[in-house]
Structure formats: C-alpha cells, structure tokens
Write a protein that binds this ligand. Structure first.
Ligand code: SF4
Length: 496
C-alpha cells in the first residue's frame, strides 16, 4: 500500500487506508464494512457522511508541530503564516511535561515560523524560508532541521524541497521537508505520517548495525511503562518520535522489532521500517486488557525469540493483578463509561473498561482507518474488540464536533467519560459528567494499566457532585429544538 520513500510526500490516509471522519452505527457494523478494504478491495471503500459545516478541526500541520517540533536536538521551521504556529505554546508545554515525566532534561521546544504575509503570498516566501534556516543554524546549531509546509505554501507552490536540498548540502545536516498542508487530508493523523515519512527518508541509517535487544516503541509523551514490561523479556526500548534525539531516530533501522501503543500513530512508520529496512513490525492486538496484552507479548516473544521469558512474565502478572481487578470490579459495578479518543486508542480503552466490568454503550472516535498500513488482519483492533469484548451499540465517528457530542452523550447517559483532546470535556462537565483527561496516554497500557485506569475512574467519580452542581447552574448554548435532534440528523440529511 502507498509506501514510496523516493518521493518527499506521503499519500494521504484517505488514499492509502480509506480513512473516514464521519459515520454512525454499531461497532460490529463498522468492523464488517471495513473488511473489504482489509481484503485489499480498493473500490469497496467506506462512505464518509458529509456534514454541512465543521465546528472546529485540528490539522495535520499541527501534528507535525507536536512531533517534529518535539525532537531533541532538532529545530522545526513552520513555513506558514504565524497563525499556523500558535500551537507552539501548548506543544511546548506538553513537551516540557513529557520530558519531566521521563526524567529527561526539561527544555522548550525549538520552533520558528517564517511568518508569511500578503506580500509573500504574491511574490513567494522562499527567501524568508532560507533566512529562517540560517537563523535556526546560527541560534541552535541543530543536528537536523525539519520544515513543515502549510496551506499557504501549498497554494503558492513554494519549492520547499529545493531549499531543503540546498541547505542539506550547505550545512552538512539533514534539512527535511514535511509536506502537511492542512487541506491535504481530512484528518490530523496524516501529520503523523508526514513526520514519519521525512524521518524515514532522511534520518534513518541505511546500513544499520543491528542491536540484538533493541525494540522501537512508537509513542507520544507517555510515561515509561514499556521499559519495565519489555525489560522482563530482556529487551531495551527505543522511544520515538516525541522526545527522541536525532541519534535515536537514526537507529530505528538497528532495532529487531517495532511496536506501538496505538495503531493510529504507529501504522505508517512501523510498516515502512519492515518493508524498507527489514525491521519486523509486531502484528498483534494492542496491549490493552488481558487478551490484548497476552497476545501482544506472545507475538513480541515470537519475533524476538524470548517465548519462555514471556510466558513466565504473563503468568506472574496475571497472578499479581487479577485479585486487584476483582476488587475494582466490585467498586465499579453498575458504572457506565464513554470513550472519546483517537480511533485505535479507543478500541484499547474500551477493552480495559470491559475488563473492569464497566458498561460501555457508546463511544466517539475522531476518525476510522478501515485498515492499517501493514494490511495484516492481526492488527484489526476494532474486530478484536468486538470479538473479545462484545458490541458497542452506539459507535460514532466524528472529528470532534461539539454540536454532535451533546446528543451522543444523551443517547447513553454515561457516568464518566475518558477523553483525549480536551475541547469536548467542558461540555460533558456542563451535563454533570466528569472526564478523565488521560494526559498520560500510557496510563491504561498492559496489566498494570487496568489497575491504573480503574483507580483513575474511582478518583473522577469521587468528583461527580462537583460536575452535577455545575450542570445545575450553567446553560447550554443550544436551543431546545436542536437538543432534541439526533446528533447525525443534519449530517444524514446532507448525505441523502
Ligand atoms: S496549515 Fe492550514 S489548516 Fe493548518 S493551521 Fe495552517 S492554515 Fe490552518
């Protein structure tokens, strides 16, 4: 599928994977309808419901900002109007928190905007780009420079690739164009692919010296839960992309396997590492709940030849966590949860909630990939969820539209929500529903993750009264006629 390191641009998720951002129905139906794409039928794509408007989006350029901008020792240049770079404030904050969480030296992210204006839109902006590269070099002497494109540079057609090539030769470091114009894809996860494509093309070693115990873990800023788990199998972790150094990125090809905490994020990089660099991608369910974690560890063990160690670890962990999970189940009996996160991550979280005996009648995922880049059935995270943990009756795909979220919560009336990308959490609060914001995205990973998540839910339920008080004293901005509508009413009408 669409992997070509000879070109500086990566195909969009819509083209490669048939990604959609609007759908409504049961989880099993979405899983069934995705099967054809998984079998390689490119003309059997899922249909996106077409909304009449969008209340807000995150764009792929912002994902490049938070990935390439969070590589230690590198600088990101955003070749864009300054508005595209406003995310630097929040992503610098997240970067600092992530570094602290991993006990790494805390620093600000290094990012520069070329600050394109009306004049540049008419006469071109490459002079500003060249100046910014020289400024970045003078200020920081980075080990690599990333250049993110934007809608503006996509429209005027600045030749970013030639400038990058010129400065790669001039400075003796890799200057890497990342094509991520916001209009190029409907979903922000394309920004992950764009960053990963640039790293794979220009930073990863072509003649690697294999490190027999190194495993790539494609992740974001989460706490270091993978080192202790993989350490039990005698393996070391190479965390990428956020907070990795340029050297750690270059050794991606030296590892003996690649895993991720979420296939939405790891799909492209892991598939390319296998196809172009011979680093096997671990093709298994994601490491959530007993079923997923057992299968994930066994597959890592098979790929790295550590079966005995894995079995001993699995047995030890089952014995350790099962009594604690039984206790949590008693405390969480009758509780209803709702998951609103990125796609594959939501599949994992729902599995953990079900392990804890929590009812999950509804979920909102911000997009849906019918297949991941490997095309391998063992990575069918939605199918695995339905088969092992049962149906999710209200399973909706929507790219964070506030106007739909109210109706989705009303359908199932949960006691709490799990959410990443907090823009929707205040709305839940106004309805009296507390949210666990999942700032540490590794919280629910593995065996210990079930205990962590159960305890976090008990914590947020303890604050329920506060949210109920809020609900009694605030007014929603919507009119009554709207609140009575089905959340997909307008979308379906447009689709018809
Ligand atoms: S790249 Fe485009 S969509 Fe993204 S912030 Fe800039 S203008 Fe907006």
């Amino acid at each position: 599928m669409g992997i070509n390191l000879n070109t500086p641009e990566v195909e969009s998720r819509e083209q490669r994977l048939g990604t959609i951002i609007s759908w409504d129905g049961k989880a099993s139906k979405l899983s069934d309808e995705s099967q054809a794409m998984r079998r390689g039928c490119n003309s059997c794509r899922l249909c996106d419901l077409d909304g009449p408007f969008s209340q807000g989006r995150v764009c792929s350029e912002q994902m490049v900002e938070c990935q390439a901008g969070n590589v230690r020792g590198a600088v990101l240049i955003q070749h864009s109007p300054v508005g595209c770079a406003t995310g630097q404030v929040v992503y610098s904050n997240i970067y600092r928190n992530g570094l602290a969480l991993r006990n790494l030296p805390v620093e600000n992210m290094r990012a520069i905007s070329t600050n394109l204006d009306e004049n540049d839109m008419v006469f071109g902006g490459v002079d500003k780009l060249s100046q910014s590269i020289e400024d970045a070099w003078e200020r920081y002497h980075p080990k690599a420079i990333f250049i993110a494109t934007s809608c503006a540079t996509g429209i005027i057609g600045d030749d970013v690739n030639s400038v990058a090539e010129e400065y790669t030769a001039k400075l003796g470091i890799q200057v890497i164009p990342l094509h991520c114009e916001g209009f190029k894809s409907n979903h922000w996860s394309y920004g992950f692919d764009s960053t990963q494509h640039g790293i794979l093309r220009q930073l990863v070693k072509r003649n690697p010296k294999k490190q027999a115990d190194l495993v790539n873990v494609i992740n974001l800023w989460g706490s270091d839960v993978f080192s202790p788990m993989l350490g039990e199998l005698g393996l070391r972790v190479n965390y990428v992309v956020d907070m990795a150094t340029v050297e750690e990125l270059s050794q991606l090809s030296e590892a003996i396997a690649t895993v991720g905490f979420c296939y939405t994020l790891s799909s492209y990089m892991a598939a390319v590492l296998e196809k172009e660099f011979g680093v096997p991608e671990v093709k298994a369910p994601q490491p959530y709940g007993f079923a997923g974690t057992d299968a994930w560890l066994r597959e890592i063990a098979r790929v790295t030849h550590r079966e005995e160690k894995a079995e001993a670890y699995i047995k030890k962990e089952h014995e350790r966590v099962k009594p604690k999970i039984e206790e949590l189940k008693k405390k969480l009996k009758g509780v209803k949860g709702f998951v609103a996160t990125g796609s594959a991550y939501a599949h994992g979280l729902i599995a953990v909630l079900r392990e804890l005996g929590i009812d999950v009648d509804g979920s909102l995922v911000f997009h849906h990939d019918p297949v991941y880049d490997s095309g391998d059935e063992r990575q069918d995270s939605l199918g695995f969820l339905v088969e092992n943990y049962g149906e999710v009756p209200s399973f909706s795909v929507s790219s964070r539209q506030q106007y739909q979220f109210y109706g989705l919560l009303q359908r199932v009336k949960p006691d709490f929500i799990l959410i990443r990308h907090n823009g929707l959490a205040p709305l839940a609060s106004r309805l009296g529903i507390p949210a666990a914001p999942l700032g540490d995205e590794h919280l629910a990973v593995g065996y210990q993750g079930m205990i962590n998540l159960g305890e976090s839910i008990l914590d947020i339920l303890a604050h329920k009264k506060y949210h109920q008080d809020l609900a009694e004293h605030v007014k929603l901005p919507y009119k009554k006629w709207w609140l009575k509508q089905d959340p997909y009413e307008l979308v379906k009408k447009v689709d018809e």
